[in-house]
Design a binder for this molecule. Structure first.
Ligand code: DX5
Ligand code: ZN
Length: 219
């Protein structure tokens, strides 16, 4: 039985209490903490940078699953690694040389993720799949929490799952955006190993984090 991991996105947390919110997520059974970094350029929203990640590091030992929606990303990879990221996920559109950026992340001792927007085909990263630890499949266009899940990405998840099996690749498949209690099961069935969720985890069942994490994990 595949163990599904839950990576709550702190984009939906109380930004005035991020340290305590991260502790609440750990107590609630989160496997990772999804940190959405946005620069107001690659995506039309601006969130947090390395100093905040550094400040949050002492609140948990859970892996920081850092999603960099910034461009150009190569200038900042080292800063996010030093701040305490464990997984650094980048978008192919934000680097001149994806292979080099993946190598830089791994040389820094971090897990390398690559994120595919809904309109970015798998062929964009086909030659890199052997080198990456995680594929982050976006089920919304990045920038904001609370958007509607795009079911057309289920096909992409299934294709990544088949490619992984056929070629003996090792990447994890993480899905991010609009994940809720109505689509989590089919997302897992398509091949997802890790589910990102912000709105559903923080808002459903009066914000009962433990309950919402459990429901998603056992979908
Ligand atoms: C969107 C972010 C997602 C988002 C998920 O750009 O990458 O991680 O915060 O939030 P929900 O679960 O609310 O869609
Ligand atoms: Zn994200």
């Amino acid at each position: 039985m595949k163990k599904i991991q839950i990576s709550p996105s702190i984009l939906s947390a109380d930004f005035s209490q991020l340290g305590n919110e991260i502790k609440r997520l750990e107590v609630g059974g989160a496997d990772l903490i999804h940190v959405d970094v946005m620069d107001g350029h690659f995506v039309p929203n601006l969130t947090i940078g390395p100093p905040v990640i550094k400040a949050l590091r002492k609140y948990t030992n859970l892996p920081f699953d850092v999603h960099l929606m910034i461009n150009p990303v190569h200038k900042y990879i080292k800063d996010y690694a030093k701040a305490g990221s464990d997984i650094i996920t980048i978008h192919p559109e934000s680097t001149q040389n994806l292979k080099n950026s993946i190598k830089e992340i791994k040389d820094l001792g971090k897990m390398a993720g690559v994120s595919l927007n809904p309109d970015t085909p798998i062929k964009t990263i086909l030659k890199d799949l052997k080198d990456i630890d995680l594929v982050l499949v976006m089920s919304v266009f990045p920038g904001f929490g609370g958007q509607k899940f795009m079911p057309e990405v289920l096909k992409k998840i299934d294709e990544l799952n088949q490619l992984r099996t056929k070629n003996n690749f090792n990447y994890k498949i993480e899905v991010d955006g609009g994940i809720d209690f109505t689509n989590s099961k089919k997302t897992i069935e398509a091949g997802a190993d890790i589910l990102v969720s912000g709105t559903t985890i923080f808002k459903e069942n009066d914000g009962d984090l433990k309950k919402n994490i459990e429901i998603l994990r056992n979908s």
